[in-house]
Write a protein that binds this ligand. Structure first.
Ligand code: BGC
Length: 389
């Protein structure tokens, strides 16, 4: 795999270099396009250093660019989406995800900005569950509950780069991680991959695969914080949201689902028609932090959410094979973190739409199963599609 990876890097360098070389010696008759416009016509995937972890492990920053200039930067530390630049209705690019300019920001601790979350995204009540008659105790890192994979979840490990390439249609980065038996208390060695693909059709696709050698539970997601007006650029209360979900899973005070699946009808939870996020947020305590039950039921790639930001005209649609999505409106951002470009992240400065299986599913027999058996393959896909209006 290593050889293949190196080979791919070489290919990438070729893909990136060829048009670059051409640009230096333009033919006299060649139309004088702006340099940045010309660069933007190349699908590319490349690698640079992003520093070292405290243990001395080298970490990289990968950049995927498409022909319209969309650009995703990803690090293999936590398989984190570091930035995502997307054009507004006038073609101006802005980075629409919260995060940090340098690795140090991520190492210092943060609320999962852009991270790949696992082995189990979201909460598991009382940090325990039963599987095949055995009780498994997990790390309790959110009061008495387990959140986002525990103390050292998949967001804090170094992923191994496996593939990096670009062709005429897409630019791709694939990374892998082996989570050992008993890591954070979970049973089974779990071999996982996450693949980021930026397509020429302005989609960022994130796909996950996992296999285990012992019956376990798996729920992987991406925890990007979005602000379609540009990261750090005010709150997201004026963003217009539509969710393809008639129901949600109510929670107790510890944000653990009660097990009920309730209709959103006639409540501030209802986003079945476009509504600004802020229109009823004051009626839901600190803000939204709820799992919606997608009408698709999961299993096939279907539209889960659409978000429109009126000042920039940016639209993001989310398609997923997952049965649920967590709407989290950055309720715990409190201005104590300074991110990219010196921007201070305050309450409701971003929203997350974390595609997932429902929180606490290992303890809720009526929720779709999250159990993975040896010999089975876990595969899920989520697509973020960008446009403007
Ligand atoms: C959870 C929030 C939590 C946040 C942590 C979200 O997925 O739903 O409750 O505070 O992650 O950053």
């Amino acid at each position: 795999m290593k050889t293949r990876f190196l080979f791919n890097i070489v290919l990438v360098v070729m893909v990136v270099c060829m048009p670059g070389c051409k640009k230096k010696t333009p033919a006299p008759t060649e139309p004088q396009a702006k340099p940045e416009a010309k660069e933007a016509r190349v699908m590319s995937a490349n690698e640079e250093s992003f520093g070292k972890t405290p243990e001395g492990r080298e970490v990289n920053l990968y950049t995927l660019t498409n022909t319209n200039g969309l650009r995703a930067k990803i690090t293999n530390y936590g398989a984190i989406l570091v930035s995502l630049e997307v054009p507004d209705r006038d073609g101006n690019l802005a980075d629409i995800t919260l995060g940090f300019d340098a690795l140090e920001g991520y190492l210092a601790g943060h609320p999962y900005f852009g991270a790949t979350v696992g082995r189990y995204a979201n909460r598991i009540g009382k940090a325990r569950f039963m599987l095949d008659g055995v009780e498994y105790e997990l790390a309790a890192n959110n009061g008495e509950n387990h959140l986002h994979g525990g103390i050292k979840g998949f967001d804090k490990v170094v992923w191994r780069p496996e593939d990096l390439w670009a062709n005429d249609n897409e630019a791709l980065l694939k990374m892998s991680y082996i989570s050992e038996d008993d890591e954070e208390g979970y049973p089974g060695n779990l071999a996982c991959t996450v693949t980021y693909t930026l397509t020429k059709d302005d989609e960022l696709k994130i796909s996950y695969e996992a296999e285990t050698d012992k019956t376990t539970v798996v729920n992987l997601t991406n925890h990007s914080y979005f602000n379609l007006a540009g990261q750090g650029n005010g709150d997201i209360l004026g963003h217009e949201l539509t969710l393809n979900a008639d129901r949600y899973t109510p929670v107790d005070e510890g944000l653990i689902p009660t097990g009920e699946i309730r209709s959103v009808k006639d409540s501030p939870m209802d986003f079945t028609l476009p509504m600004t996020i802020g229109s009823r947020i004051e009626q839901v305590g600190d803000g939204y932090d709820h799992n919606y039950v997608l009408n698709s039921g999961g299993g096939t790639l279907a539209l889960a959410a659409r978000v429109y930001e009126p000042t920039s005209g940016r639209v993001m649609e989310i398609y997923t094979t997952e049965p649920g999505v967590q709407l989290y409106t950055g309720n715990f951002l409190d201005g104590s973190l300074t991110g990219k470009g010196g921007k201070v992240y305050k309450k409701h400065y971003a929203f997350c739409l974390e595609t997932q299986h429902f929180p606490d599913s290992p303890n809720k027999p009526n929720f779709p199963s999250v159990v993975l058996l040896p010999g089975q393959k876990y595969t899920t896909v989520t697509v973020h599609k960008f446009s403007t209006r």
